[in-house]
Design a binder for this molecule. Structure first.
Ligand code: FES
Ligand code: FES
Length: 188
């Protein structure tokens, strides 16, 4: 066992973990945060996407030990309790989810994308979400949602004025069950 110290959704934590424990398993099993889903064993689906120091990462691709000393945000930590982050709001307004399994990862990838580029084109959104797969193939509405969030038409202020928000939980459909492999690329 080894000790990791990191900030998760604004909370400083110190936990003893197995050195080979993946970050996604740490978040789900040690922290009890179930928004980051596990949808593949090939680091290809993006269902496990979280923010590490503000940038999206697939939490199945790194060890909890590698995240020690860093800041992690999951979908639960995007917005204050009882509220939705503008991107979550836009996904709801634009029907950007079906079963919801990919949604937390999509939302985190979109948050990271919009922080880097607050006014993306449709093509840039599609490129930015290439690492996140939706088995329900709901890409059209997902892209619409991200563009709506960028415009501030998801019912909340535009992303450019809300970047950096973190706090307590309000996940959007973050607890669906696992999927097998076989997702479709972002081409819709
Ligand atoms: S579970 Fe991490 S990329 Fe699929
Ligand atoms: S909404 Fe079902 S996997 Fe994307």
């Amino acid at each position: 066992m080894m000790q990791v110290e990191l900030t998760v959704n604004g909370e400083r934590r110190s936990d003893d973990v197995e050195p080979r424990l993946l970050l996604v398993h740490y978040l789900r099993e040690v922290c009890g945060l179930r928004a980051a889903n596990i949808g593949c064993d090939t680091t290809s689906c993006g269902a496990c996407t979280v923010l590490l120091n503000g940038e999206s990462v697939k939490s199945c691709t790194m060890l909890a030990a590698q995240a020690s000393g860093q800041d992690v945000v999951t979908a639960e930590g995007l917005a204050p309790a009882g509220e939705l982050h503008p991107v979550q709001q836009a996904f709801r307004a634009e029907h950007g989810l079906q079963c919801g399994f990919c949604t937390p990862g999509m939302v985190m990838a979109a948050v990271s994308l919009l922080r880097e580029n607050p006014s993306p084109t449709e093509e840039q959104v599609r490129e930015g979400l290439e690492g996140n797969l939706c088995r329900c193939t709901g890409y059209h509405n997902i892209v619409r949602a991200v563009l709506a969030a960028a415009r501030g038409s998801g019912g909340r202020p535009p992303m450019a004025s809300t970047a950096g928000a973190s706090g307590e939980s309000a996940p959007l459909a973050g607890t669906a069950g696992q999927h097998a492999n076989g997702q479709t690329e972002v081409t819709a």
